[in-house]
Design a protein around this ligand. Structure first.
Ligand SMILES: *Cc1c(COP(=O)(O)O)cnc(C)c1O
Length: 234
């Protein structure tokens, strides 16, 4: 039963991604949907993959490990979208396609060391605290130029872009402004960034605001709740 509900929700989300992309002069195929399955266990997560969504995100590393191992028979690409503690880098890296939430140089340094050790190049987004809320993680916009300069020296990390979350208290209007300032920040940084740093990706927008984020240029949206509407959590 839940597979039908999830498939239906997924179709609706893809439709509104298409519409929002068109409003920003793009096509929906230029926006990557990451399904955030953190509210559910392995069984429901498997159904999301079976419904055809193979880009999946988790907030907590332990949950990602558990699911990546249990669902190893499916070609899922895992996104770590929440905080990663340095002592969890070693176990996480082999499973993560894209890490969205790099928020300190110490963490980046650890990722670089570990990626070099296992001979991979880890794809990473730098998290920006665009709302300035103290509870939010990420670098402040005005330190980004020097952060990218430092990132260019990590030989086992590929910086792919930026990630941000709208402020908890921003409302939809405020979120739109924050997403717009992320787009402007990216344009500005593109002019000064080191050559080996890429800023192609802009990961922003969740269930309540992904349509707005896409209008402002998001290339990746992280959608959880909307995917599971109609499915009891417990
Ligand atoms: C939970 C979470 C999401 C998805 O949130 P929904 O409101 O359920 O869509 C997106 N990004 C991050 C970082 C999250 O922790």
């Amino acid at each position: 039963m839940s597979l039908a509900i999830i498939s239906d929700n997924l179709a609706k989300i893809r439709e509104s991604i298409d519409e929002a992309a068109r409003r920003s002069g793009r096509s929906g195929s230029e926006v990557t949907l990451v399904g955030v399955c953190k509210y559910f266990g392995t069984d429901i997560t498997r159904q999301v993959a079976e419904a055809g969504l193979l880009e999946l995100g988790e907030n907590r590393p332990q949950q990602l490990w558990e699911k990546a191992e249990a669902l190893g028979d499916l070609p899922i690409r895992w996104h770590q979208i929440g905080k990663l503690q340095r002592n969890k880098v070693r176990r996480s890296l082999p499973m993560i396609r894209l890490f969205h939430a790099a928020d300190s140089l110490r963490l980046l340094n650890e990722i670089n060391k570990e990626a070099a050790r296992i001979d991979i190049v880890q794809q990473v987004l730098i998290e920006v605290n665009v709302s300035g809320e103290e509870t939010k993680h990420g670098f402040m916009p005005n330190e980004m130029e020097s952060i990218l300069e430092k990132c260019s020296q990590f030989e086992a990390i590929q910086i792919c872009g930026l990630m941000a979350m709208a402020g908890l208290h921003s409302g939809l209007k405020g979120a739109a402004q924050e997403f717009e300032s992320m787009r402007e920040l990216r344009e500005r940084l593109k002019r000064t960034k080191p050559e080996n740093v890429k800023l192609d990706e802009l990961s922003m927008g969740m269930s309540r605001d992904y349509h707005i984020a896409i209008e402002q240029g998001a290339t990746i949206v992280r959608v959880g709740s909307s995917l599971f509407e109609g499915i009891p959590r417990f």
